[in-house]
Design a protein around this ligand. Sequence first.
Ligand code: DUR
Length: 310
Amino acid sequence: MPTEQMTSANLPLSSSGRTYHVETRPGEMSNRILTVGDPTRAQLLSSLLTKEFFRHTSPRGFLTITGLYRNVPVTIVAIGMGLSMMDFFVRETRLVVQGPLAIVRLGSCGSLGAAGTGDLVVAESAFGIGRNFDYFTEMPTTTTTITATTSDEEEKKREPYLFWAAVQADERLTGLVKQELQEVAEVFPGSVGNADGFYASQGRPADAFWDANDGLLDEVRRRHPDVMALEMESHMLFHLAKVSTGKDNQQAPSVSAACALVVFADRQGNRFISPEDSQQKMLLAARALLDALVEYMPTQDGLHPSAGSV
Ligand code: DUR
C-alpha cells in the first residue's frame, strides 16, 4: 500500500495526491466521461480524440485518457468489469473532478430481447440481480425435506437470487444518446439487468457448481417485461448517480449517467459477436456517445490548464 494521506473526506490518496485505485488527480479528468470495460477498447476509441493531454494505467487496471473531442475536453476510462470497479471509478472520479459530472458507459451485454449480436441497446433503466449467498448454506441432498418455517431469516434463504428495483438513467443525457445513436444504427431501448457475475446470476448453466439458476431468466423476464439485456455495471452506475450529492452534500445529484451497450452475446440464439464487428460497432457508437456528451455539456469545464503538461 502506498503512503497514504487522508483528505478532508477521509478518502485515501497516494503520496503523489492521486486516488488510490484509478490513480488520477485534479486536472487530469474532464467532466465529460466515456467509460468502457476493456482497456484495448479505450485505446481504440482514443483515436477519436484530436489532442491527448493525459494517459495513465493504474496498477489496479484502470486506464484513463483525457483529450479533446470536437475541441471540448473529454475523458475515456477503461474500468474492467463488475460492480466494485464501477464503484471505484465513479467515487474516485467524483473526488478529482469539480462541478457536474456526465458519465456515459459504452459496454457489452448479452441480449434477452429483440436485439441481435452487434445491435445497440440503450439502458433507460437498470435493475440489480445478485446471488443470495444465504440460500446456498446447505447443499441439498436427495433426502433433504423442505420444512415449513416462518422466521424472516429462513424466508430470506428461499430465493437463490435477489433483485434490486430499477433505477432510471438520466433522462436528458439518455435522450441525447438515443438521438445520436439512432442517426447511425437501429437502437433497442429498454431496461437492463445488472448481474453480480457473468455466469450464475446471468442464468448460465454450470456443471461444477450448485447455482440453482434454472428458472432465473424466466424470473428476470417476468419481473421486467421490458428487459433488453444483461450485463454487470449499469445499475451501480445509475445508483451512484442517483445518490450523488456533490461536495459537502450541497447539490443533488451531481452525477448524470447514461449507458449504451453493444450486444456481444445473443442469449436466445447462443451466438457471439466477431472481433471485427465488435470493433466497428464500438467505434461507431463511441463517436455518437461523445457527440451526446458534448451536446449535454457544451461549455468549457474545470479541466485544469496543467492537464496539458502532465
Ligand atoms: N457482458 C455480460 N454478459 C454478456 C455479455 C457481456 O455481462 O452476456 C459484459 C459485462 C461485463 C463483461 O463487463 O461484458 C463480461 O464479459
